[in-house]
Each structure stands twice: as C-alpha cells, then as structure tokens.
Ligand binder design. Sequence first.
Ligand SMILES: [Zn+2]
Length: 417
Amino acid sequence: MNTQKKIDALNEVLTYAKTSPYYSKRIQIPPLDSLNDLKIIPLTTKAELREQSPFGLLPNSSMSLSQYHESSGTTGTPVSVWYSKSDLDEIAQGITSCGVNFCEQDLVLIRFPYALSTISHFMHRSVQLQGGCVIPADSRTTVTPMPKVIDLMKRLNITVLTCISLQAIMLAEMAEILGLEPKRDFPFLRAICTAGEPITPYRRELIEDIWGVPVFDNYGMTEVGTAMVDCHLKKLHMFEDCFHVEILKDDLVTDVQPGEAGNLVITTLRKRATPMIRYSTGDIVQEINSACACGKGRSFVIRGRKENILSINSVTFDLYELEKIIAPLPARRFWSAGKFNNSLYLFIEKESITDTISREYVDKLMEIYGVSISIILLNKGTLYDRDDEVSFGMKAKPRYFMTDQETANLLNEIKTN
Ligand SMILES: [Zn+2]
C-alpha cells in the first residue's frame, strides 16, 4: 500500500473509530496529512483496553458482531475483543498467504485452545477456506490429553500440526514416551504451524530436527487477530493492507533506527468491529527492510515480550540470546532462565542421562557476554511434569523467565536434593 493510500485508509478508520466511547475523547483528528500526524493520538495500552471492556471500543455502527474473544493476562481482568464476519474473513484470507499452503488433501490438527482465545478459530476458518479438513483437538483440556493427540495424529494420518512451538516439543516427547519416533512414525505429517509465542531460529531448527518437517510461524494477538504469517521462505510478512505499524524506542515516542528492535505499535487499517488505534502491543519487534526473495517486501522478526528480558550488569538476555546459548548443547528442549546474585542461571532438562555441559563452553560464554553464567542440567521432569498428560504441568502460557525468588528457590531445591 503506498503512503497516500495508507493515509486515506487511516483517515477513514479514525473517523469510524471516533464514534466509539473510548476513542471519541482521544482522537481529535482526522484528517491526517501525513503518517507522522498519527503520532498526535496517544497510545492505546492494555490497561486502557481492560478499563474499556467489554463495550467501550465498539464504534457506533450497524456492523453486526460475529465472534467474541478475550484475553485475561496476569491481572485477571479481561480485555474484550469483538470480530465481525468481514473481520474473520479478512483474517482467514490473510492466513492463506502462509507458506504452508493448506490444500484439499490436508488434515490439519489444531492444538491451540478454543475457549475464548483467537488463533484456533482463525486457523480453523482459514484451513476450511482453503479446502482442508480440520481436527479441532483443542489444548489444555482433559478431552484431548497428549496421548490422545498422538493417537489422532497417527490414526488419522494428520498432515499438518498447528500448536505453540513448545507444544510441538512436548508432543514429540509424548510420542517418544509412547514408544514412537516422531520423524519415522508420522509419515503423512508434512508441516507444523506455530503461533502464540515467538519462535527463534534455534527453536525452529530444533522442532524441524525432531519432527523432520518444516515449521511455519504465525504472529498475532487477541486484540487484532493474526497480523503476520511466514512465507515459504519462513520470513514473517505482515498483512500490509490491514495494519499500519510503528516500531518505537523505549520512550514510546521516537521511531527506532531502521532495522533496530523496538516496541511494536499497531493500528488497524480496516473498519474492524474493535478498531485498534496505536495499540502498544508490548512485543519487541525488528523490521527487516530488505525485500524477501518470495516477492513480498519487508519482513519482521518477533524478539519477544518486553518484560521477558533478563538484565545482568546491563547485559540483556532475551529469548533469542538464551536459545542461541542453548542451541549447541546436547539438551535443548525444556529450559528456564533466571538471575541470582548478578549471575545468569540457565536450567535445562537433560534429554539423556549422559548429557553434560563442558566447562570450556561456559567459560567462552562468560568471555563473550562479560557476566557470570551457570548452566545447570536437571533431571527430566524437574521443569515440566510428564505425569501430567494434559499439559506437562504448564498452567497457562509457557514461561521461560523465572523471577529472582523462583530462581533462588530452584537453586535451593537442587542443593538439597
Ligand atoms: Zn518472504
């Protein structure tokens, strides 16, 4: 979309959004004369969305609502998001540009939660739009514990598994517990589609290694739905006609330098049932401005949640940095990181009882990063409980970053055992 078209689309959306109780007080413009004018409008934060839920963001229009979702997050007060039929169609259509290319021969097992969350429903709709068949296996429910999912995958000759990336690793582990070899015993599986948490290149490689099929990622959130999907070259492209993005420095005012990672702020360019104007997502994102060989132009890298960073003597470790450290190790599947006495502690579950970490490797890391680092191998099951077949003990979203107190407790536990 060229700049003038985008300004026109924004003016239309702002006029529309202004008819909602929430935005009526915040939007003094349009018309915008430039994209920069948009910055006059204050950012929309998650806290404000919470306050305005369930109806405060709905514009005064005749648009009929089709679907309701909410995310509760840590505070427990939900954020409400409504979708119209055309919103849902638009998102399902956007997902068709994913490099996985769902087709009529596909049997797609959806292992995302269906209750109130969005991605399962969007994926479901998009698979069917492309002629594929959906197996709605859901997630974190006693109806389909992990052994049941493995049974479905095997018995139905599932061709595509869709789940958060950690779940793909858990399911592989469950297949192994059941005496199966992921790479060998699922000959019909041709791809895995992930969403719901950032996937680093290291984790993608790990999952592709374990299952022997390509992994395609999908980025979105309850508030705006799916916003980006991987092309066949596994680069994340945004639905450029649907969203305008800004990437801001930590002051949440200044744009980052091109290519620099920053805070993603997103504005919907279509008349959504729940318009999002300058929504501060809390995700750290990097724009790759060079054209992708797939022909789609710029792509994005999702670095993770802003709060998921460990900072030790001003050296920062995010998901990328940590998984880069883990990548060459013999155990890479299940890990957790924390800080204690100004040291980085990386706890990793052993994959085999003979796994070890070489002293030289840790010394080399400390030289590179200039901080004290310990890598501790734990017995299988310490971080994720394999006896819990519903979720391996994972209560909500995956958590890789422990609080200082949790780190201290785990260190204590290891010492006493
Ligand atoms: Zn591409």
